[in-house]
Design a protein around this ligand. Structure first.
Ligand code: M6R
Length: 608
């Protein structure tokens, strides 16, 4: 969702900002803008639609002079995606400009108060109250005015601010929305994520909630919410530009699907040491784990489906009751959670608003929290008692692929680690599972190689009105993720059903030619699912099955079969999701969809 960038230095700010905004496009947006300080004035340019429109309007930045400025991509929440509602927003006196990522929850009351004091509002946004508050509180000291302003705000915000009285200075504030400072030589930056920084610097400072930064080309000063200066460590960004580029693939999504063997290797290898699993810089003791009587996994979207897949492994191996709950539900369901509950929080971005809220609610009730997160330094990573990074590298496509598989892989590690600590796994069984984990990257590659028929099968389904995905247990978990992938990038209606539920209603929808994708990788249940395949085929369905190589019988039942590499059923979601990702990808491509940036979707859902 909204992306912000700030630059101060010696280059033409508008060009740096436009380049930065382009790297944030994947977050999802529907308008864009920038504000640049020059000779005591602020020039604001903003447009609805794509950044390309902003480039056109500013002649690729050449028509905007000045070396200090802020930029924004807006994903509309309050007010339609129009030029007027686009950020930056200007104060009435024209001295201040603000960009904002997040939501000001009490904006209506603040708007009334400011209107009563004579301030004029030009937009319908919640953000505009911020810039008028700054103007109201400003008495020559911008830092003070910003501190007074944020004290009035409820909600989430990463703010970038410029003021004509401070010609070479940027201000930035963070509260529950991401904001990272980039430290350069003679120039400094801020951005919503590191992809906008890496072309310029690998040195980053991760702001914490409540902190304020003041940047000039020469120095960066950071303050706490009272205005006291504080020191923060500079972190090194470990990946380079090529990680944020397409590298010859037509879409980021395809690149990221193909990167999965390497991404899963990065997630697993450092934690597989000799005959043991190590969890980065922390340990969960057997004594602690034996006191855990419930594991809750919470997340949204695909991360939730990763939790659904991982849940089976945890219950099977650890015998601890484990449940996956949607964060948007958990936060409001008055959950039965206490100090004997371990909450596992899954998030690629680490910034998903519902997930953060559910996490805070469970923490408040005494749960210990373990986050499995991709983005280093993100809000969820910081909030958690312990964090395991998935090390998937930047994921640019809105539809997650390697984000999902690395979450599943880390959940398997957690399941094995916990079972071992509880004394439930040893001997040949333990070493066999460890061996399996070590072979996963290779098996993912094998599965990618086996999945080439997905492109041909997608041609058959491109005109489908609806697709059903079925499976049992772990296969059902994967079916849910497969249906979501299909929906979000191909825009075809797709729904997942537990195969055993077909007879309880859904089978009424099966008519001649109805596409059914049957996931059939769970050895213990594959005969049952094959019976379901026969049932839908009898009623005219066209079936594409995902199966293990040993299941030759399926060849005579399904119309098409996509085989995966062999693996124990409990780990099969890590592999069986791959052909489903490719099926969704090629179906979307057949239909000419905007695969990396599907309509209405944002990469990081930072609002409820
Ligand atoms: O960043 P997160 O993992 O917390 O994001 C959760 C969901 O918003 C995300 O998985 C979403 O469903 C994706 N678009 C799925 O491809």
């Amino acid at each position: 969702m909204c992306g912000i960038v700030g630059y101060t230095g010696t280059q033409r700010a508008s060009q740096v900002l436009l380049e930065g905004l382009k790297t944030l496009e994947y977050r999802g947006y529907d308008s864009a803008g920038l504000a640049v300080l020059h000779q005591g004035k602020i020039t604001v340019e903003k447009v609805s639609g794509r950044i390309a429109n902003l480039c056109e309007k500013t002649h690729d930045g050449l028509s905007v002079e000045g070396c200090t400025g802020i930029g924004h991509t807006r994903w509309a929440t309050h007010g339609a995606p129009t030029d007027v509602n686009a950020h930056p927003h200007l104060s009435n006196d024209g001295r201040f400009a603000v960009v904002h990522n997040g939501i000001i929850e009490n904006y209506a009351a603040l708007r009334e108060e400011l209107r009563a004091k004579g301030y004029t509002f030009r937009s319908e946004t919640d953000t505009e109250v911020v810039v008028h508050l700054i103007e109201m509180y400003y008495q020559g000291d911008l830092k003070k005015a910003v501190i007074k302003t944020v004290a009035r705000l409820e909600g989430s915000y990463a703010l970038g601010i410029v003021c004509t009285d401070h010609p070479n200075t940027l201000f930035a504030v963070k509260e529950a929305s991401p904001l990272i400072l980039g430290i350069g030589a003679g120039e400094n930056f801020f951005a919503s994520d590191v992809t906008a920084l890496i072309a310029h610097t690998k040195n980053a400072v991760y702001l914490d909630d409540g902190e304020l930064a003041e940047l000039t080309g020469e120095e960066v000063r950071i303050y706490d919410c009272t205005g006291r200066e504080i020191q923060k460590p500079v972190s090194r960004i470990t990946w380079g530009m090529e990680a944020a580029e397409k590298g010859g693939y037509e879409h980021f999504m395809l690149k990221e699907i193909m990167e999965q063997p390497a991404a899963v290797k990065a997630a697993l290898s450092p934690r597989l040491k000799d005959d043991e699993i190590v969890l980065d810089d922390f340990e969960l003791s057997g004594e602690y784990l034996s006191r855990v009587n419930k594991i809750l996994i919470t997340a949204c979207g695909s991360a939730y489906y990763a939790g659904c897949a991982g849940r089976y492994a945890i219950e099977k191996l650890c015998r601890i009751p484990t449940e996956a709950v949607l964060a948007s539900e958990l936060r409001y369901c008055d959950p039965i959670v206490d100090e004997h509950t371990l909450l596992i929080v899954l998030s690629q971005s680490g910034e998903t608003a519902d997930t953060i809220a559910a996490m805070k609610e469970c923490k408040r009730r005494g749960a210990r929290t373990l986050a499995i997160v991709n983005v280093v330094g993100s809000t969820i990573a910081k909030l958690a008692d312990n964090t395991l990074y998935t090390w998937a590298g930047p994921e640019i496509a809105v539809a997650t692929t390697k984000g999902y598989t690395t979450q599943v892989a880390v959940l398997y590690l957690f399941a094995l680690y916990t079972a071992r600590k509880l004394g439930r796994l040893d001997g040949e069984e333990w070493t066999g599972y460890l061996r399996e984990m070590r072979m996963m990257p290779r098996k993912l590659q094998e599965t990618l190689d086996l999945s080439h028929p997905a492109e041909r099968i997608a041609k058959k389904y491109r005109d489908a009105r609806s697709l059903f995905f079925i499976g049992r247990n772990t296969d059902y978990a994967v079916a849910q993720e497969g249906a979501l992938k299909m929906k979000e990038i191909s825009y075809l209606h797709a729904e997942a059903y537990a195969a055993g539920e077909l007879k309880h209603g859904t089978i009424a929808l099966i008519v001649e030619g109805q596409p059914v994708i049957a996931v059939c990788c769970c050895d213990e249940l594959s005969e049952k699912t094959m019976n379901n395949i026969i049932e839908v085929k009898t009623r005219g369905a066209k079936v594409a099955a995902i199966a293990k190589p040993g299941n030759r019988a399926i060849l005579s039942q399904a119309d098409d079969v996509l085989f995966i590499a062999d693996t124990p059923s409990v780990f099969s979601p890590l592999l069986s999701v791959v052909p489903l990702q490719l099926l969704a990808y090629y179906t979307a491509k057949e239909n000419g969809r905007d695969i990396d940036k599907p309509r209405n979707l944002a990469k990081s859902v930072t609002v409820e």
